[in-house]
Write a protein that binds this ligand. Sequence first.
Ligand code: HEM
Length: 443
Amino acid sequence: MNQWLDERLHLSRLNDKFLRKAFPVHHSFFLGEITLFSLVILILTGILLALSYEPSNSLVINSFDPGSADKPNLVPAAYHSALKINAMPYGDMLRRIHHWCANIMVAAAVVHMMRVYFTGAFKKPREINWWIGLLAMIFAALTAVTGYILPYDNYAYNTVKVIYGIVASIPWVGAWLAQVAFAGNFPGDGIIPRIYGYHIMLLPMILLATTGAHMLLMIKQKHTQPQYAKRLAYKKIVGVPLMTQQTPIMLLLALLFAGIVMLFSAYMPVHPVEFFGPPSTVPINNIKPDWYLLWVFGALAIIPSIDIHLPGNGTLTSEFIGAMLFPAIPLALLFLTPLLDKSKENLYYAENPTNHPKRLAAGVAFMAFMLVMSLAGYKPDLISGGVLNSGNANTVLWILVFVVPVVMYFLTLAIVRLIGRMHDADKRERLARGQDHVAHSHD
Ligand code: HEM
């Protein structure tokens, strides 16, 4: 059988070229794999959900609560189909697995990016893969956002209203662009079919293309080697071949991951549509986006309210500055990261983060900035909880946005230097003890 297939498909060449590739073994390298597994589960569960979901916001009678003949209970078909999926055997579970994996995929991509940053794996020759990875992460977040609009409950309705407003706030072209992107004025009949198209075709295709390119480039450029490889065989690739060693390790991890996602989904509901109910003109109190967009929401919450008229009938609004201009800064910093490194040599070994204190401190400061921006997203809760008041909230949060990252930068530098000094003292002490020992044995 093997020979029959080989004569036709030249499988042995594939085996020699790809399947014998050595993969370094290190637990931090599993982060990228977890991102990949989430993507696979998302696609599989997404296909199953698409079989029963109805991408339309036309009104239909809610079969679970039909109302009366003269006052039927009308809800959008998309919302009704989400209720129907929930009522199917394992339907609710399917929705939960899909939603959990969307969150896990973005989270795993973020932690994976942190691993790449802190170990310097973005350096020459892997700069292009850093950029492709960033694009994949941004598209993963966009795919997730379009996904939670699809059930078209009151949460989705209010979310899409906010996003429509943000797109429409782009000076000069915003109103036109929002109409093009959302198939007419908000909330037009075309909105759900249009977002469905983005969610199941356009965005997954981009996501698959970027992830595919990311993987191919990673195989071509080879993985950075963990530090222990330096001691085992200098400048040689130390690892296990994809077939047959690495594949069972990955399969085992995939099964473990699937099991954990199942447990999460069985016991922790995500986004119960019935709780939010069908779209309503009454806004939901204190609506917040998912955790990965909270920082943008925070920027919107604390940006001062302004309206600057620009030449040619354009307006620069606080909505545009808060939701687009300001968030562009951290994203630009991430894109520019590989350019900050000027080394001419290719990076072979993953670096120890504490050997690069400034890079480590800058990364910690960046994370602190994002966390404080996300905290600003809780401004209404901080005010209602009495932590801040509406008079000082913006000032306090702006001060925190700038002060906390600076403090974290210098604190990290101080801690790394202190640890370095303790290591040096320890080394000197061991050296002295060793010499002492040698001197005594000579006596
Ligand atoms: C959609 C999301 C992503 C997927 C599915 C993905 C997947 C992977 C996988 C499986 C690996 C090999 C194992 C590992 O190093 O963990 C990898 C390596 C890599 N990824 Fe990603 N990744 C994603 C996002 C990102 C992001 C956001 C960045 C950075 C901005 C990035 C940069 C890199 C780099 C530079 C490598 C090579 C690392 C090395 O050689 O040590 N990736 N990725």
